[in-house]
Design a protein around this ligand. Sequence first.
Ligand SMILES: [Zn+2]
Length: 109
Amino acid sequence: MAARKRKFSEDYVKFGFTVIEKDELQLPQCVISMNVLSNDKMRPKRLGRHLKQQHPTLVLKTKEFFSSRAESPKRLRLDKSGSYPTGVPQHLKASFQIAFRNLILSIKN
Ligand SMILES: [Zn+2]
């Protein structure tokens, strides 16, 4: 028996979440930390808890604040032809790349 698949609601934006799709499952993604939660966390209680625990200073922010934050990953998603990197957060990948490039430069010099 498969667990019931939870669907993203536009209303969840107020908890700071957008949605990504993976293996035909919708997964909630935090627009602040870019953390991807599992499909069974796709409910107001769990998303609200993430916001409260991880981003307590943003609890009172409006839906508009979060949807403007959500715009940049959406643009990025288009560039990635629908797939979105999971695992290592994008900002970490970027800082690894910068660290690596600085290392190469320092060797050259
Ligand atoms: Zn978060």
